[in-house]
Design a protein around this ligand. Structure first.
Ligand code: 13P
Length: 246
């Protein structure tokens, strides 16, 4: 059976004090029966690394540059993240695709840059409401994942995939377990065609996961945990979601 992963995407939230309280609240609740990670904003990453040192709670970044180094003002390379012990980096979040115009290929290049430094990319895919209503869900997520699969080639089995329907993010409107499972099954089949590791890969669901809906989502055959936004900012909620994962 695949081990589940619950990752908190803190987005652009937090402060010294709020983060310390949140991390302490999560650490206190250990041990968990699943992999657990937090993804704070860049300025707080090294602080989180120190706070989590010696614990099995992992940390990751919310984005990275596709470049190794150079004149890219404002960007952060994977090499820099790796130097601090970064374990994951979220790439292709719908907020970056929508607000920063990130293309499928750029997302794929970021995932490749992450793996080249031993950091696991959490590659996000997901359709908008208009795309779902137009019956395009499967085509959209397959196109997004396909770019990454082709770019990673023989390393494709090393990524984590996150299905995040855009219409479910921060809206309180969750995909039903059946809707989510249907897309996860499509993604798993696509991965199977690309890599022998597909059945060992974690495919996370994200989009209004809360303590009261996490267990039924995580009980689906191809849902291997969650990428959590709003509920990752409250220790009690995040811990409850981690408990629901195992
Ligand atoms: P919410 O859990 O706030 O809907 O956010 C999901 C998300 O975007 C995680 O990356």
């Amino acid at each position: 059976m695949r081990r589940k992963l619950v990752a908190g995407n803190w987005k652009m939230h937090g402060s010294h004090k709020a983060n310390a309280d949140l991390l302490a609240g999560i650490a206190q609740a250990r041990p968990f029966g699943c992999d657990v990670a937090v993804c704070p904003p860049f300025p707080y990453l090294s602080e989180a690394a120190v706070a989590l040192a010696g614990s099995d709670i992992r940390w990751g970044a919310q984005d990275c540059s596709a470049h190794e180094q150079g004149a890219y003002t404002g960007e952060v390379s994977v090499a820099m993240l790796a130097e601090f012990g970064c374990r994951y980096v979220i790439v292709g979040h719908s907020e970056r695709r929508a607000y920063h115009g990130e293309s499928d290929q750029l997302v794929a290049d970021k995932a490749k840059a992450a793996l080249a430094r031993g950091v696991t990319p959490i590659v996000c895919v997901g359709e908008t409401l208009a795309q779902r209503d137009a019956g395009e869900t499967e085509a959209v997520v397959k196109r997004q994942l396909s770019a990454v699969i082709h770019t990673l080639a023989h390393c494709a089995g090393e990524m984590v995939v996150a299905y995040e329907p855009v219409w479910a993010i921060g809206t309180g409107r969750t995909a039903s377990p059946e809707q989510a499972q249907a897309v996860h099954a499509v993604l798993r089949a696509q991965l199977r065609a690309a890599t022998a590791h597909a059945d060992a890969m974690q495919i996370l669901y994200g989009g209004s996961v809360k303590p009261d809906n996490a267990a039924t989502l995580f009980a689906q055959a191809d849902i291997d945990g969650g990428l959590i936004g709003g509920a990752a900012l409250k220790a009690a909620d995040f811990v409850a979601i981690c408990r629901a994962a195992g």
